[in-house]
Design a protein around this ligand. Structure first.
Ligand code: UD1
Ligand code: UDP
Length: 379
């Protein structure tokens, strides 16, 4: 019988980073794949699944406008639990640190199903930042049987938490698999984007969404308003997250300006090509901190800390905080200091060569094929 693997995802970044792995699992003759989407995100994740041409076997259709953390978590756990009881997977795979990750980890644990954690070992050791992600990934790390870490730093963090070294695999990050799949495809921007880039070849690409940052967004936006006033040649492309709280902050604090192109979330292929074209990126996103070093694109990280110090060490990322003064000063510096800009533009990729999904499939098979599942023990 084939080993049944159940990848569980729910948000845009999980979709981007798990798509290459799900495709590999589906294509492997020794594995069967039951792909579950909690749909914690709807449109933003559907875009990804369309792009990578993968369809979920189960879709919990969880997303609600302004969803609350505990409601979303409990609804997801109930839905996932039913699927796991029905499908009896041999292994569940979760990714990263979202609510979907936490729900998947808990459901695997209580049903005594083997659990693999992809992108394991990221830590700030500050449970309030990022919130609730730091807590989610620490719990996932306690329950996981196999830990797929992207870097040696992630391996060290897990070892320090007494995870057995034989259960940790440093395999790079599947984000590079996804990035390489789309970055080199020939690409043409649609009309509005093309015209804006033509008008503002020097543009900043902006994204913001972190929960613990929501109160600070006004400072980030005000800093941008000021910069644009001082640099009329600089544009800003801003694909706004669908979170209504983020959108309200934009409405209240970002000035309407011909220099700012505010758009809905962009499909991954368009976004990757925008990253390549941007002068630099200003973001609080996690995934973008991993993609930018591979593209040699400077990033100002609008956060107080990061669980991804590799990009800082590579020189591509700089933490600019979230206060008006620090964000303003760092944007100005990156716009005007050519030495700083050149230093941050060197492409250095700490996250692997794009074979992470392949490695994970190989490890899953080596570890689990032929090992009796709980269901068959004693029968
Ligand atoms: C979630 C994750 C976060 C991840 C981020 C990626 C949690 C707690 N947070 O945060 O770790 O970095 O996704 O973007 O798991 N919405 C839509 N359409 C969509 C997606 C979201 O309308 O396709 C709106 C809904 O009103 C929803 C709200 O955004 O209620 C917030 O979504 P949610 O998944 O709860 O939080 P994110 O901030 O997106
Ligand atoms: N991204 C995208 N379209 C956009 C903005 C971002 O496809 O309009 C991609 C980006 O390249 C990265 C991922 O979405 O791979 C990051 O998602 P997000 O910032 O929402 O979540 P995080 O990585 O912070 O968890």
């Amino acid at each position: 019988m084939k080993m049944k693997v159940m990848p569980i995802i729910g948000t845009r970044p999980e979709g981007i980073k798990m798509a290459p792995l799900i495709k590999k699992i589906k294509a492997d003759p020794e594995l069967s794949c039951v792909f579950v989407n909690t749909a914690q995100h709807r449109e933003m994740l559907d875009q990804v699944l369309d792009l990578f041409e993968i369809q979920a076997d189960y879709d919990l259709n969880i997303m609600r406008p302004n969803q609350a953390l505990m409601d979303t978590l409990t609804t997801m756990m109930n839905g996932l639990n039913e699927i796991v009881i029905k499908e009896k997977p041999d292994v569940i795979l979760i990714h990263g640190d979202t609510l979907t990750t936490l729900a998947g980890a808990l459901v695997a644990f209580f049903n005594q199903v083997k659990l693999g954690h992809v992108e394991a070992g990221l830590r700030t050791y500050d449970l309030s930042s990022p919130f609730p992600e730091e807590g989610n990934r620490q719990v996932a790390g306690r329950y996981a049987d196999l830990h797929f870490a992207a870097t040696l730093k992630n391996l060290e963090s897990l070892k320090n938490e007494a995870v057995l070294p034989e259960n940790i695999f440093v395999v790079g990050n599947t984000v590079i698999d996804a990035l390489l799949e789309v970055a080199d495809r020939p690409f043409t921007f649609e009309k509005i984007l093309a015209a804006f880039i033509n008008k503002f070849p020097k543009f900043i690409l902006l994204t913001t969404h972190r929960r613990e940052n929501l109160h600070a967004l006004k400072d980030v936006y005000r800093a941008l308003n000021q910069v644009i006033e001082e640099h009329p040649d600089v544009g800003v492309v801003f694909p706004a997250h669908k979170n209504p709280v983020v959108r309200e902050q934009i409405k209240q604090h970002l000035k309407e300006s011909g220099n700012i192109l505010l758009v809905d979330p962009l499909d991954y292929e368009t976004f990757v090509h925008l990253m390549k074209k941007a002068y630099f990126i200003l973001t609080d996103s996690g995934g973008i901190q991993e993609e930018a070093p591979a593209l040699g694109k400077p990033v100002l990280v609008a956060r107080e800390n990061t669980e991804r110090p590799e990009g800082i060490a590579a020189g591509t990322l700089k933490l600019c905080g979230t206060s008006y003064n620090t964000v303003y000063a760092d944007i100005k510096a990156l716009l005007t200091n050519t030495k700083m800009y050149a230093r941050m533009s060197e492409a250095k990729n700490p996250y692997g060569v794009g074979d992470t999904s392949e490695q994970i499939v190989k490890i899953l098979k080596e570890k689990f094929i032929g090992v009796p599942s709980l269901d068959t023990i004693g029968k």
